[in-house]
Design a protein around this ligand. Structure first.
Ligand code: GLU
Length: 488
């Protein structure tokens, strides 16, 4: 019975994330990376990245960079050189031979067709579909004859009888009858290692102490434990994370077109918000509090608090986390993120912003409480940088009336008389005009807002006026008066 696990808890934590570049990094692997990173940072351990690029058909070289970019964006820095599995093929082969030579493995000369017909027969007889061990009983002479005849062979590992058990960091004690684990192939007929052998060899050579990954790997874990034993390697601790589901309850996957993590960055999500949200999918701080900084998560992260139930990734919830994190950031830091977005949107130039940094910061300050994504600063605040905007159609019909044009004209005169714009004197100018006219302030506020911003909602009107300044405001008001008169 295999149930012993050489625990390595006394050793400093060394963990890794091992993405396969067969698709972009989606939230599933990003979360795996995050938990490993948090575990390493919390314990003062080491976090490593290994690129699992041995599957030539599915791996795409051009995806490696975006995957690493996504880790960088999330702030998941790694501590040693990145390891590429494809550069270690000879090493994997060597260990396949070690397993064969030690008697833990055996040569299998079965052809693909033979294996398929055995499976079909088993299916028809409702028998076990696992390998029937035909080649395990070959005699020395039979093996020699096959080899002399130049017949290709793969190497299978021999699974002993009994039960395989291990303690999962997430799910606790897990076990599987060895009858369900077949003598799986560890090296193909061209000598190259299969996936499970490569993973074990690399994890061992990298000194990995804890393997934390998605629970779709549990079946692999039961196989890998036998490889550790066959090679005499200490078995690391394993933890298998619950799945992340989409709101439609299907598993997040590359195939369903789930989003590249980098896409969230382009869509105005802050990395701090993504880290905070992902961390609560499958792990719990054991309190009701939800919003944490990355440093706080590093501080409180504890691998005993993984959840066993599946988590649902809900972009609306992520957005709610994002707006909290936006409010926690300084105006200056937000300005650094928003500035290139404004330039990309063609609303201003890099030079203009560089000379008006205080203005940008102030704009960020007044919009900050209203945005849910960083991109909202651009979509909601374009009028702070350009007067080339259209008037909202519905608001135009409602507020740009002939009466409003007359009022705006009078307001311009009052504004012109002000030496400079402040919150108090702009408000006073507007209120006193409303008083004189015997109208509600709203009669003025709506057309003024529309004239200076093009939209019917936004931050406090006087904040906008002060930021834009007297000249800008009056130009916009004049433009609106001309526009209204023309349309009548
Ligand atoms: N390359 C595997 C994956 O992307 C990771 C396997 C592992 O962590 O052991 O699912």
């Amino acid at each position: 019975m295999i149930d012993e696990q050489t625990t390595m808890t006394e050793k400093p934590v060394r963990v890794r994330v091992a993405p396969s570049p067969s698709g972009y990094l989606h939230v599933g692997v990003a979360r795996t990376a995050l938990f490993n990173w948090l575990f390493a940072r919390h314990t003062g351990g080491t976090f490593l990245v290994r690129i699992e690029d041995t599957d030539k058909e599915r791996s795409r070289q051009e995806l490696i960079e975006p995957i690493l970019d996504a880790f960088k964006w999330l702030g998941l820095d790694w501590d040693e050189e990145i390891l590429y599995q494809s550069q270690r093929i000879d090493l994997h082969k060597k260990y396949a031979k070690t397993i064969l030579d030690s008697g833990h493995g055996y040569r299998c000369f079965c052809t693909r067709e033979e294996l398929e017909s055995a499976r079909q027969k088993a299916r028809a007889e409702k028998g076990s579909l696992i390998y029937n061990r035909r080649c395990l009983s070959l005699s020395e002479d039979e093996i020699k004859a096959h080899l002399d005849a130049g017949q290709p062979y793969s190497i299978r590992i021999r699974i002993p009888e009994g039960v395989t058990k291990y303690h999962d960091m997430v799910s606790g004690e897990l076990q599987r009858s060895n009858e369900e684990i077949e003598d799986f192939i560890i090296a193909r007929s061209d000598g190259t290692a299969t996936y499970n052998l490569a993973v074990v060899v690399d994890d061992h050579e990298m000194g990995i102490t804890h393997v934390i990954r998605g629970n779709d790997h549990i079946t692999n874990t039961f196989k890998q434990i036998h490889i550790y034993h066959a090679l005499g390697f200490p078995v690391p601790q394993f933890g298998h994370l619950p799945l992340i589901l989409r709101p439609d309850k299907r598993k997040v996957s590359k195939r369903l077109g789930d989003k590249d993590i980098n896409q969230y960055a382009r869509e105005g999500i802050l990395p701090e918000a993504m880290v905070n949200y992902l961390c609560l999918l499958g792990w719990s701080p054991k309190t009701d509090r939800e919003i944490y900084t990355v440093d706080e998560l590093v501080e409180i992260f504890n691998p005993d608090n993984f959840n066993t139930s599946n988590a649902v990734f809900d972009e609306e919830k992520l957005e709610a986390f994002n707006s909290e994190h936006i409010r926690m950031k300084s105006d200056h830091d937000l300005a650094t993120i928003v500035a290139p977005m404004l330039v990309d949107a063609g609303l201003t130039t890099k030079y203009w912003l560089e000379t008006r940094w205080a203005y940008l910061r102030a704009v960020i300050g007044v919009l900050k409480g209203r945005v849910r994504r960083v991109t909202d600063f651009v979509s909601m605040g374009g009028y702070f940088f350009s007067d080339d905007f259209q008037y909202d159609e519905k608001a135009d019909k409602k507020h740009f009336t002939p009466e409003a044009a007359d009022l705006l004209e009078e307001l311009i005169a009052r504004f012109e008389a002000l030496p400079e714009f402040t919150l108090e004197n702009t408000e006073e100018a507007l209120s006193s005009l409303a008083d004189v006219k015997g109208i509600k302030r709203a009669k003025l506020i709506h057309p003024v807002r529309l004239a200076v911003s093009g939209v019917p909602v936004g931050p406090g009107l006087f904040d906008i006026l002060v930021l834009l300044g007297k000249q800008n405001v009056n130009n916009r008001l004049r433009k609106a008066v001309t526009y209204i008169r023309k349309k009548i």
